[in-house]
Design a protein around this ligand. Structure first.
Ligand code: FES
Length: 124
């Protein structure tokens, strides 16, 4: 079972679990204001270790348009298949104006398109 350490909290999750849900399971109130569809970036994370190379087309396009490729990742577009150590950057804990509302419910599977690519394939 992959071990996910986020903001100093650790949880073991089923392989293939959507990372944003694993982070919530760890007890960190990560944002997901667009419902996990690669539109809002409130689920952004910085990896310390275990960052997957592959990404969805939706994540690639969102990060590229914001000049964020190589800087952050979107937890709603990643599945936990290996141990990961990371920081959730926008959370209920550091965004008091949300009043604890981190966003709409998240589906178990990655949306909009649970297909993962090597970013080099998406550069064209
Ligand atoms: S981009 Fe909105 S929840 Fe991930």
């Amino acid at each position: 079972m992959p071990k996910i350490t986020v903001n100093g909290k650790t949880v073991e999750v089923e392989a293939g679990k959507r990372l944003v849900l694993a982070i919530e399971e760890a007890g960190v109130g990560i944002g997901h204001r667009c419902g996990g569809n690669a539109r809002c970036t409130t689920c952004r994370v910085e990896f310390e270790s275990g960052e997957p190379i592959e990404m969805t087309r939706a994540e690639y396009e969102k990060l590229k348009s914001g000049d964020q490729l190589g800087k952050i990742r979107l937890a709603c577009q990643i599945v936990a298949n290996d141990d990961m150590n990371l920081k959730a950057l926008v959370t209920a804990e550091n965004t008091p104006q949300w009043n604890g509302d981190t966003g709409p419910a998240i589906k178990d599977e990655v949306t909009p398109e649970a297909v993962f690519y090597d970013p080099a394939e998406l550069e064209e």
